[in-house]
Design a protein around this ligand. Structure first.
Ligand code: GUN
Length: 313
């Protein structure tokens, strides 16, 4: 099996296609409403990864004709400060979608994110994290589904990878990715298993998957022994590696990625070890895989929320 390379799934290209599909809807909404769809993004503190994600969300939204209103709060803000911003966006006429970037500063407390998601108007909840939207997703009648897992479904569909009747294994049980990913795959008639850090015989379970989704947040965790030859492997991980030995073990001593590390002092790695490329039938790269899809789906959800608020569907 070594030496043969699985197909690389181009998240960048699929994201561009989704954005192109959204564009006419944005134009139609804008001429009908006399204003563009509006998206409020709230960023608390200065988490470096969140800074980059939010910058990309602002840029991509703006380029697609969405009005993006970035609200920043200092890392010292209280949960009440944050809830006040959310409540203001909830009642605003111009904001159709609201997104509060996670994670929140630890000082806000362990349940801060859930309190925030509980407060966002479900009709403006473009992340799909409000319990009403989670419930609708579980019942198979979501209006707004979480962006990363719905982006993965779009990627599979647009890459002609069948879902129905396939066995899907998800590693990771987060509310943001793992759990909603399971629901979306289930709705498409996959047979689904959710694994996590305490799953027994994890490689054995994973290696039965036709579709393997890695969303655990540990660089290179998914090695060859987790993967059935020919499986579609979706790497949701975006991990910053700043230890050189780890970078060498992931990318080898003479790779361009290691040269990146030596230039910058760190490198981004997925949850899937690069050696899996030799065994997977299809694989998403990191970066350039799932990341761009999340943002494209955010724009799609923003347009859907805006249209629904104007009395559309
Ligand atoms: N942090 C990581 N992924 C996400 C996401 O999809 N939405 C929000 N709000 N925060 C995130």
């Amino acid at each position: 099996m070594m030496g043969s390379m699985g197909r690389l799934l181009d998240g960048q290209a699929v994201a561009a296609a989704i954005r192109a599909d959204v564009l006419p809807g944005v134009a139609e909404f804008t001429s009908g409403a006399g204003r563009p769809p509006g998206l409020g993004i709230v960023l608390v503190g200065d988490n470096p990864a969140s800074e980059i994600y939010v910058r990309n969300k602002v840029r991509s939204g703006t380029e697609s004709g969405v009005w993006v209103d970035l609200q920043r709060l200092p890392a010292t803000a209280s949960i009440d400060d944050l809830l006040a911003v959310v409540n203001r966006l909830n009642i605003s006429e111009r904001h159709d979608g609201i997104l509060v970037q996670a994670p929140l500063p630890e000082a806000m407390g362990r349940h801060a994110a859930q309190r925030v998601f509980d407060t966002i108007d479900p009709d403006k909840d473009v992340d799909g994290f409000h319990p009403a939207n989670v419930g609708r997703l579980v019942q198979g009648r979501a209006h707004l589904a979480p962006c990363t897992p719905s982006g993965v479904i779009e990627l599979l569909d647009r890459s002609d990878i069948p879902i129905a009747r396939r066995y899907a294994v998800i590693i990771g049980r987060s509310d943001i990715v793992g759990k909603p990913m399971a629901m979306l795959l289930l709705q498409r008639d996959a047979t689904v298993t959710i694994c996590h850090s305490r799953t027994a015989d994890l490689p054995e379970v994973a290696s039965r998957a036709d579709i393997l989704v890695a969303a655990i947040g540990r660089a290179g965790f998914v090695t060859r022994d987790f993967v059935k030859p020919g499986a579609a492997v979706i790497d949701v991980g975006i991990n910053r590696v700043s230890d050189r030995a780890t970078a060498v073990s992931l990318f080898g001593p003479s790779s361009p990625r290691l040269a990146d590390f030596d230039r910058r002092g760190s490198v981004v790695a997925g949850d899937v070890h690069p050696e899996v490329a030799g065994i997977a039938g299809a694989l998403t790269p990191v970066p350039g895989g799932v990341g761009p899809l999340t943002i494209a789906m955010l724009l799609k959800n923003t347009l859907a929320a805006a249209s629904a608020r104007r009395g559309g569907r």
